[in-house]
Structure formats: C-alpha cells, structure tokens
Design a protein around this ligand. Sequence first.
Ligand code: HEM
Length: 226
Amino acid sequence: MKRKPNWLRLTVHALAWGLLVWLVWSFINDPINPIQATTKRSGYIALVFLVLSLAATPTNTLFGFRQAITVRRTLGLFAFMFAGVHFLIFSVLDYGLDWSLLRGAIFEKPFVLVGLTALTILLTLAVTSFKWWMKRLGKNWKRLHRLVYLAAPLVVVHYSWSVKGDVLRLQGDILQPLAFGLAVALLLIARLPPVRRTATHLRSRLTQRLSGPVAESPQPVEGPNR
Ligand code: HEM
C-alpha cells in the first residue's frame, strides 16, 4: 500500500534546508562580520529547533495534535545539525582549529563550556536516535533521551551568558534569552504527570461537550419550524 506523505515533516525539512541555504547566503553577503553574525544565527536557529522538538509531546497531550509526535525526531536532528554548524563556524572559521586557542576559550569562557556540554548531549541523542540503538538500549533508550531535558536549559544558560547584559539584574539584551528560558520551563512543566493528567482530563471533557449536541441530535425536533 502506498504511504501518505507526511506534510508536516516535509514542511520541517523545507524550512530547515531553506534556513541552511539562507545561512550560507547571509554569510557570503555579510559585509561587516560574517563569522560572528553566522555564529549567532546558527546558534539561534539550533535553539528554535530544540524548543520545537521539546514542544511536540505537550502539543499532543494538551491539544491532541498527534502529528506533532511524527516530527519530534526530525526537529531534534535539525537542532543538532544547526548546533554542529554553529560549532564548526566557531572552531574552524573563528579559531582556525587552533587547539591551544580553543582549549583557552573553553576553559576561560564558561558559556563556551556550557555550550560544549549541551552539544555533547545533542550528539549522543542524534547518534542513538536510530531504531537499531532503540532496540539495543531497550528501556535505557528512553532514560538516555531524557537528557534533552538537561540540554535545553543548558543552551538557555549558554545563550544568556553569551549576550551583553545581566540576567540576574535584568539588564541588557536579556529579554530573548529569558523568553526562551520561560518557554523551556513551561514545556518541561507540561511533562509532569499531574499536569499531563489534568490536561488530558480537561481535553476529554471539552471534546465530550463539543460532541454532545451531535450525539443527541438523532432525537427528532418537533414544531412548526421543522
Ligand atoms: C561547543 C559548543 C558551542 C560553542 C563553542 C558555542 C559558541 C558560541 C559563541 C562564541 C556564541 C556567541 C556569539 C557572539 O555573540 O559573538 C554563541 C552564542 C549562542 N549559541 Fe552557542 N556554542 C556552542 C553550543 C551551542 C549549542 C549546542 C546551541 C544550541 C543548541 C547554541 C546556541 C547558541 C545561541 C542561541 C547563541 C546566542 C545567539 C544570539 O546571540 O542570537 N550554542 N555560541
């Protein structure tokens, strides 16, 4: 039997590859500081894909949009792909793969160390995201993939630390990192069993209410206006 195309997955692919082309184009055409601008853009895109992949499960549990689950892995893999591009620009184009300079950056700038930790987690999750690993790891696969709940907050910390400003004193360019922090926090809270149970309960009650009049409609209505 012919399989139906998954339009949502195709849209995610089109968006991600389109963004990669745009990233290359903007790098070539940036007259001022292409390396810094592309480092920022690729990191930002990676974070957006990571947040979207975290949003897939709550979108299904809270709103019953099952298709979201079918793009969770794709979104996660694209998050890793853009994080890889981000790291390559930093290490190859910015630091010329100079190991002593890179070592210095990692240990002198704590936000780089936090980014590296997040990237290591994303790499592990991407490599083990295939069916072969799922079978091999069994129950541990799920446990391992819960590390994404650590990777996302680490990226938010990395972002907040990289911008000019002070998150604790609410000064500088901290609005966007704070908004991402809030989004990640809400998406993690939405996974807590009591929140999930309440949401599922409310959703089934709402669906019953909405389908109620349809269920009662077989009763013929008598009267002059029929
Ligand atoms: C070894 C790993 C990493 C390194 C060396 C690294 C390096 C950097 C650097 C140098 C900046 C500051 C750019 C600037 O302001 O000039 C930055 C910002 C950023 N990075 Fe990373 N990063 C790493 C991992 C990650 C990962 C895994 C993600 C996301 C999944 C990420 C997301 C971001 C974001 C969102 C920003 C802020 C972008 C903006 O200012 O708009 N980084 N990173």
